[in-house]
Design a protein. Structure first.
Length: 137
């Protein structure tokens, strides 16, 4: 992201879930965490939008992963789970969110989830995710 620099924009939420392989379909909205709010950008070559969310990008648990367009910072499975549980409607993929959370929950380190949730004030989101996963059993 040229506006903030490659280390200041992080794919999150449903966009991270898609790159992590837990969302089965292509999405029409990309969600990107950035240090300051920015207006959504509509793509000119397809019906899709990039939505920017103001976040403390330094506090996000992210890793650089290869994509068809080059390397990008993407939230880890644990961070993605917490973000999806916090705002399940962000990114217009609500039908896929609970299944994505369940898949991420199975891949996540429980201790790491707790470590991330506390300082980011996402303990409620972690509880919500756990209850959704428990309800599926």
């Amino acid at each position: 992201m040229a506006i903030y620099g490659s280390d200041r924009a992080v794919l999150m939420g449903v966009s991270a879930a898609r790159l992590l392989g837990v969302t089965p379909r292509a999405l029409s909205t990309a969600v990107v965490a950035v240090p300051a709010q920015y207006r959504p950008i509509a793509l000119s070559d397809r019906r899709a939008t990039v939505r920017f969310v103001r976040r403390d990008v330094d506090a996000l648990d992210a890793e650089r992963v290869p994509t068809p367009l080059g390397a990008a910072l993407v939230t880890t499975p644990e961070q993605t789970l917490l973000d999806l549980a916090r705002r399940p409607s962000l990114g217009n993929a609500e039908p896929d969110v609970r299944a994505a959370i369940a898949a991420l929950y199975r891949r996540s380190n429980p201790e790491r989830l707790t470590e991330l949730a506390g300082p980011q004030r996402l303990v409620g989101a972690l509880r919500r995710a756990a209850s959704w996963v428990q309800g599926e059993r």
